[in-house]
Design a protein around this ligand. Structure first.
Ligand code: VG1
Ligand code: CO
Length: 572
């Protein structure tokens, strides 16, 4: 069938010629074929397309990007699609647009989280469980929300994971060539209660956003043991949902199923602007939780998650567990957890993540993979059964249970571990370091830089890479410098330009890269680490231990000369 360049016509998709598509009211569904022109800058970044809300709300902007996704969907005819988001501003409107476009593009069935809500890991779980062709997750993750904030669209493939680069590039090419998009004319579908609705020939099923995910968690972890821990009277926890998507999940799982007292979960109601906060679970943006865990009457365990629920921060009483250490601790203790009692097939970490987990892998005789930043690079390793656990320094940890990093999963893993070991977090961490040594680690972010000088800084550094080896910075000499490139061991695809790595003679390391998720100017990330084998030196402040390396980083990249900044904006 042919379509005019614009104007309305009756849809006859998936139907024998002459048949009409009838909606719930018995009316033929009308479809608009809307003429459009490409927008610049619709290339997905580290994790989907992220822009200011004002950019997404321009006429046709969202529609162009969504239309560009449909051609890459495998087996689109008769396909099921999963749809939900983190509840941020514009979530509700965007969901209705996408539903109407899905109907116009021949999707058979869409499962939507009630109220348009699905955390990123829950969406991954639902895609896998219901054998969907893919999913669209509306989120800009840890970026602030609200009318002045950010919005985003992530597209996940049938394995439940973020689309790999080959797919995001295909989508990007479509956004460059788009001339029209298709959208059904239909009133909003009610999403406030579970139920089934017809949108033309397409079925919209509104599902409980928590149920499938909670059931999966119950299969992986010893809920009875965690329940007993909460009931012991000797354990208190504080979970800060930062007014983002994990609120409903944490209330349902921690308080209702696991018996944590009401009030354990704070800021548990998702708000469109996250209460004005920055839904990023780190030492800077989750300050209230950090303060609560460092007070005299602090609870035993603290945790937070980000806007879309895929990140986690782990705290003990007066103790912060770096995400890199968290991954190593989980790997070292996985056999104590029901879902992982048979051991790990292998582990993976993003390149800038500290090498703490490498030491556990070596001790256990399992493979450890180093991938570029972004969860999409773990997908093939997980699908091929080469790794069970993986993680990133950016507060992301996960396993082969889904194909996304998973905030609440990591919290439940820690809870299960604490229920088995019955010891404080700081003791557990100290013991881990005693066995494996400590990788002192920090990340310095320089946010909202002018893009041109920031890019020039990295280009210039790139040119000097060949001259760095043998140079002395303070007490260290550079032993190795390169620009990280990755060859996927499963499909052989190559990703270049993934960050500059500098290693020193004492094995200390600096990594420089530019963020692929920011929406304001450029963000430089500097990752710094140093290994300390001696337990007598394990109790120090990372910023002090790494001071020499921090100075070397400034000198090597000439950060101040290029950016005018004398200090980072965020230290984690
Ligand atoms: C950041 C993190 C990266 C993470 C990505 C998406 O990317 O560094 O590790 O995978 O965010 O996480 P970048 O390019 O800004 O460094 V999420 O929770 O924002 O989906
Ligand atoms: Co996130």
């Amino acid at each position: 069938m042919t379509f005019p360049a614009s104007g309305r016509l009756l849809v006859k998709l998936n139907r024998p010629a002459g048949a009409q598509t009838i909606d719930t009211n018995g009316h033929a569904m009308k479809i608009d074929n809307v003429t459009t022109t490409p927008f610049d800058g619709q290339r997905p970044g580290t994790s989907g397309l992220r822009k200011k809300v004002s950019v997404f709300r321009q006429p046709h902007y969202l529609e162009n990007f969504i239309q560009s996704i449909f051609p890459v969907l495998e087996d689109r005819e008769g396909a099921t699609l999963i749809l939900g988001g983190d509840g941020r501003y514009h979530n509700a409107d965007a969901i209705q647009v996408i539903l109407r476009m899905a109907a116009a593009n021949g999707i058979a069935r869409v499962l939507v989280g009630r109220g348009g809500i699905l955390s990123t890991p829950a969406a991954s779980c639902v895609i896998r469980k219901h054998r969907a062709a893919g999913g669209i997750i509306l989120s800009a993750s840890h970026n602030p929300g609200g009318p002045q904030g950010d919005f985003g669209v992530k597209f996940n493939i049938a394995n439940g994971g973020p689309a790999p680069e080959s797919v995001t590039e295909a989508i990007y090419r479509n956004t460059r060539e788009i001339r029209e998009y298709r959208i059904a004319v239909h009133p909003p579908v009610p999403l406030e209660r579970p139920g089934t609705h017809a949108l033309g020939t397409m079925t919209v099923e509104v599902i409980d956003p928590v149920a499938d995910y909670a059931e999966l968690m119950e299969r992986l972890f010893d809920f009875d043991a965690i329940h007993a821990l909460f009931n012991s009277g000797a354990f208190r926890m504080r979970f800060d949902a930062l007014h983002a998507v994990t609120g409903p999940y944490a209330h349902a799982i921690l308080e209702q199923r696991l018996g944590a007292p009401p009030g354990t979960v704070v800021h548990g109601t998702p708000l469109e602007d996250f209460g004005g906060g920055h839904p990023d679970p780190n030492l800077v943006y989750a300050r209230e939780l950090v303060d609560a865990l460092f007070r005299a009457d602090a609870p035993d365990f603290g945790a937070a998650s980000d806007g879309d629920g895929d990140r986690n921060m782990i705290l003990g009483r007066r103790c912060f567990v770096t995400p890199s250490d968290s991954l190593a601790v989980l790997a070292a203790n996985a056999h104590l957890i029901p879902g992982y009692r048979l051991g790990l097939r292998g582990v993976a970490r993003s390149m800038p993540t500290s090498r703490a987990v490498d030491r556990v892998a070596a001790a256990h005789g399992i493979d450890c993979y180093e991938t570029p930043t972004g969860w999409k690079f773990f997908g093939n390793l997980l699908d091929a059964g080469r790794v069970t656990l993986c993680g990133e320094e950016s507060f992301g940890t996960g396993s082969d249970h889904v194909r996304e990093k998973d905030g609440l999963w990591a919290v439940l893993f820690w809870l299960n571990l604490l229920a088995v070991k019955r010891e404080p977090v700081n003791k557990l961490l100290r013991n881990h370091w005693r066995t494996f040594g400590r990788d002192y680690y920090t990340r310095h972010d320089y946010e909202a830089l002018a893009p041109e000088p920031a890019h020039a800084m990295l280009e210039e550094l790139h040119k000097r890479l060949g001259t760095l080896t043998g140079r002395r910075y303070g007490e260290r000499t550079v032993s190795f410098a390169d620009d990280f490139a990755y060859t996927d061991p499963v499909d052989g695809s190559v990703s270049t330009g993934q960050g500059i790595r500098i290693r020193f003679d004492d094995d200390a390391r600096i990594v420089f890269r530019l963020s692929g998720t920011g929406t304001e100017g450029a963000t430089l990330r500097v990752y710094l680490e140093r290994f300390e084998p001696d337990p007598a030196h394990h109790g120090q402040d990372p910023q002090r231990v790494l001071a020499g390396l921090i100075a070397a980083a400034g000198e090597i990249a000439q950060i101040q000369a290029h950016t005018g900044r004398t200090a980072p904006t965020v230290i984690t």
